[in-house]
Write a protein that binds this ligand. Structure first.
Ligand SMILES: C[S@@+](CC[C@H](N)C(=O)[O-])C[C@H]1O[C@@H](n2cnc3c(N)ncnc32)[C@H](O)[C@@H]1O
Length: 148
């Protein structure tokens, strides 16, 4: 089956991504799995991955308005809840922050039960690379939803 014929399972959203190759990497992952990729806020570059279902939103309010049935999960190394503790469902949207700043603290505190972390053992590293974090989280959600 071609990726574009797969049923939509989850959404991936990047808020104000800053590093072109990271977004390109994530676009390839989304294209390979038939996942819509939402680029939220102003970008300093263009993406033209051929097979990705690319969607643009001006801000997080527009993202939420466009996905009224979806649960949004906010990924941060500062969260408490483990990303593996969620039972993901079709339609869920995984939201990630920009490379330099991450997601805003107020957004995380206001959605603390939906703020998720990927564990890291060393206190010397503050966060994972954005594309690595997306890959880990997206494949866990897909593993649960697809059963493999
Ligand atoms: C390079 S990190 C941002 C680092 C930023 N300086 C900070 O402290 O939040 C880019 C994005 O990747 C995701 N990310 C990176 N490491 C993560 C982790 N351990 N758990 C959850 N999300 C993570 C988050 O969405 C984060 O906003």
């Amino acid at each position: 089956m071609q990726p574009q014929n797969l049923p939509t399972s989850i959404h991936v959203a990047l808020w104000k991504p800053e590093i072109h190759p990271n977004t390109g990497n994530i676009a390839r992952l989304c294209a390979a799995n038939g996942l819509p990729l939402h680029l939220v806020g102003t970008l300093g570059f263009r993406i033209d991955e051929r097979y990705v279902d690319l969607r643009r939103e001006a801000g997080l309010d527009e993202l939420r308005a466009g996905l009224p049935e979806s649960r949004l999960f906010y990924f941060s190394a500062h969260a408490e809840r483990l990303y593996t503790d969620v039972r993901y469902r079709v339609g869920d949207c995984l939201v990630f922050g920009p490379e330099s700043k991450g997601l805003p603290k107020e957004l995380l505190l206001g959605n603390w039960d939906r703020a998720l972390k990927i564990p890291m053992d060393s206190p010397r590293v503050r966060s994972l690379n954005l594309a690595t974090a997306v890959a880990i989280a997206a494949y866990e959600a897909l593993r649960q939803i697809r059963g493999s």
